[in-house]
Design a protein around this ligand. Structure first.
Ligand code: AMP
Length: 287
C-alpha cells in the first residue's frame, strides 16, 4: 500500500494510474476504522482496479469542539487494517494540507432543506463542512466511483446533491450498514462506550426493527415514532429524534400521508454516556 501525505504527490501518482486506463474507487473516512469502513474498501476493490482510502478528521464538520477533541485516533491500527484489506493507496493529509486557506473559508453549498432536518437541525453547519471536504477530496482523487455508507444516510444524500451541484460524473455507491452481532451499527464512536452501554445500544436497532415491522402492518404515522422515542428514553438514552421520512427526488420530508411507492426510512439519533449515536433503516424502497 502506498501512503501519501501531500495532495500534489497523490495527484501525480493517480495521473499515471488513469493514463494506464485503470479505474479508481475512493473511500473517504475519518479513521478509527472498523469492519463498516472495510466493507466499503471491499466494495471499492470489487468495482474498480484500485482503491484509494483517505483518513482525515475534518475539523469543519464538527459543530461541537468537544466531539472533535474526543474523536478516536488509531492510525497505526488503521494502516494495518487497510493494508490487510489490500487497499492500494492511503491518503493521510494534515489540516494545513487540506485547508491552506484556513478553516473559516467562504464556500457555501445550496443543499436546501436537506441540511435543515435531522442531522442538519441538530448539527448546524455540519453538512457545509462535509460538502467542503468531500469537494476538495474529489478534486484531488478524481475517482470513478465514490463509496459511502448508508449508516450516514443524510450524508449520502448531501453528497449526491453535491455531485449534481458541481456537475461531477463520479458515481456514488451507497453501501449497506455493517452491524455488531447485537445489531448495533458499527461506528468509531462505539469505542467511547462502556461495555454496558455498548450492549444497551442495541436497543436503537431494535427500535428501528420495530418501526419496520409496524410500517409493514400499515402503522407508519407519528405514533410509532413517538413510542420509539419514549422507549429509548426509558432505556436511559437521550434521543434527539426518531423520525420516519419519505425520500422524494433527493429530498427528505417527514411522513404525513401514505407514501405511495416512494422510499421510506426511519432515522434515529440518541445520546448515551455523552456519546451521540445515529442509525437508520429503510422501511420501503431503496436509497
Ligand atoms: P466516518 O469515518 O465515520 O466518516 O465514515 C466513513 C465512511 O464509512 C462513511 O461513508 C460512513 O457512512 C461509512 N460507515 C461508517 N460506519 C459504517 C457502517 N457501520 N457500515 C457501513 N459503512 C459505514
Amino acid at each position: 500500500m502506498y501512503l501519501f501525505k501531500r495532495s500534489s504527490d497523490l495527484k501525480k501518482h493517480l495521473d499515471q494510474v488513469r493514463k494506464s486506463n485503470k479505474s479508481i474507487g475512493f473511500v473517504p473516512t475519518m479513521g478509527a476504522l472498523h469492519d463498516g469502513h472495510l466493507s466499503l474498501v471491499q466494495a471499492g476493490k470489487k468495482e474498480n482496479d484500485i482503491v484509494v482510502c483517505s483518513i482525515f478528521v475534518n475539523p469543519t464538520q464538527f459543530n461541537d469542539p468537544k466531539d472533535f477533541e474526543k474523536y478516536p485516533i488509531t492510525i497505526e491500527q488503521d494502516i494495518k487494517k487497510l493494508n490487510d484489506a489490500s487497499t492500494d493507496i492511503l491518503f493521510l493529509p494534515s489540516v494545513e494540507e487540506m485547508y491552506p486557506e484556513g478553516l473559516a473559508g467562504n464556500t457555501h453549498y445550496e443543499f436546501g432543506d436537506l441540511e435543515t432536518i435531522l442531522e442538519g437541525k441538530f448539527r448546524p453547519g455540519h453538512f457545509q463542512g462535509v460538502g467542503r471536504i468531500v469537494h476538495k477530496l474529489l478534486d484531488i482523487v478524481q475517482p470513478h466511483k465514490l463509496f459511502m455508507g448508508q449508516k450516514d444516510l443524510q450524508q449520502c444524500l448531501i453528497v449526491r446533491r453535491l455531485l449534481e451541484l458541481i456537475n461531477s460524473k463520479v458515481e456514488l455507491v451507497v453501501c449497506p450498514t455493517e452491524r455488531e452481532p447485537s445489531g448495533l451499527a458499527m461506528s468509531s464512536r462505539n469505542e467511547r462506550l462502556t461495555p454496558a452501554a455498548r450492549k444497551k445500544a442495541a436497543v436503537i436497532y431494535q427500535a428501528l426493527e420495530k418501526l419496520k415491522h409496524e410500517f409493514g402492518n400499515g402503522l407508519y404515522f407519528l405514533e410509532s415514532a413517538r413510542e420509539a422515542f419514549e422507549e429509548l428514553q426509558r432505556e436511559g438514552f437521550e434521543p434527539e429524534y426518531v423520525d420516519i421520512l419519505v425520500l422524494e427526488n433527493g429530498h427528505l420530508h417527514h411522513i404525513s400521508e401514505p407514501p405511495g411507492d416512494h422510499t421510506v426510512v426511519a432515522a434515529v439519533a440518541a445520546w448515551i454516556e455523552g456519546v451521540r449515536l445515529i442509525d437508520n433503516m429503510v422501511l420501503q424502497g431503496r436509497i
